[in-house]
Design a protein. Structure first.
Length: 244
């Protein structure tokens, strides 16, 4: 990259990351608000656990497909994901505001939002090295992680304040706006294309390539297993801790 191109790419990175951090903040607001809302409404820890499951599990199941979409066009996949998640969250806000939000419909919309959100982090991981020069990549990733973590830590405090003063639907509306804001930034920013991998015979075969790569890296596969075990243990504690 020339110095001018490098500065422009860094500005693009800052804009894209700002949108993604605000989107994560909105999602964390919704996750906290919906958890409290569902527990207050039902008094059931099982219902609270189902809400947490709908928030996470569908996105995990959709992650291999999300990776395939990002390989084809990270920008298009991220925009489509944000717009889909924003539409689901806006619909949920409208149902809650009208007092017509059965628990099953809420779970379905949360699950769809989780699927749409599955492209966010793979897409951001794909475009970041294309925007940031190699010598600044570590600092850029650190700043990005700091912004994400700040949103995750601050979201429960802000969500509790908003929930007590305004109720749930304004939180959902803010989350929907954050998705549309992030997609708007992606539309106006020029992102470099990501080289496409060699195509296999179909989507399932391409997903299989990723699994075969992991199997060929025992250290990476073991790390993923350790992280899965850690997240499972922490997740069980979190589901029980909040109702307590």
């Amino acid at each position: 990259m020339t110095p001018g191109t490098s500065r422009m790419a860094m500005r693009t990175f800052v804009l894209v990351c700002t949108g993604q951090i605000l989107s994560v903040l909105g999602s964390q607001l919704t996750a906290f608000g919906l958890g409290v809302w569902s527990y207050q409404r039902t008094g059931s820890t099982t219902a609270y656990g189902l809400m947490a499951l709908a928030t996470l599990a569908p996105g995990m199941r959709a992650a291999p497909l999300a990776g395939l979409l990002v390989d084809r066009s990270a920008r298009a996949a991220m925009i489509a994901g944000h717009l889909g998640a924003g539409a689901c969250t806006f619909t949920l806000a409208l149902l809650v505001h009208l007092g017509a939000a059965p628990f099953g419909a809420v779970l379905a919309l949360v699950a769809l939002t989780s699927v749409c959100n599955a492209v966010q982090f793979p897409g951001l991981s794909a475009v970041t090295p294309r925007l940031v020069p190699p010598e600044h990549l570590g600092r850029a990733q650190g700043a990005l992680q700091l912004g994400m973590a700040t949103g995750q830590v601050g979201a429960p405090v802000l969500a509790a304040m908003l929930l007590a003063s305004l109720g749930l639907w304004p939180i959902l509306a803010l989350d929907a706006l954050s998705f549309f804001f992030a997609s708007t930034l992606l539309l106006v920013c020029r992102l470099p294309s990501v080289p496409r991998p060699t195509r296999a015979a179909g989507a399932l075969a391409e997903a299989g390539q990723g699994w075969r790569y992991l199997r060929a890296q025992p250290g990476l596969l073991g790390l993923l297993g350790l992280l899965a075990l850690l997240n499972f243990s922490v997740g069980a504690a979190q589901v029980l801790l909040k109702p307590f």
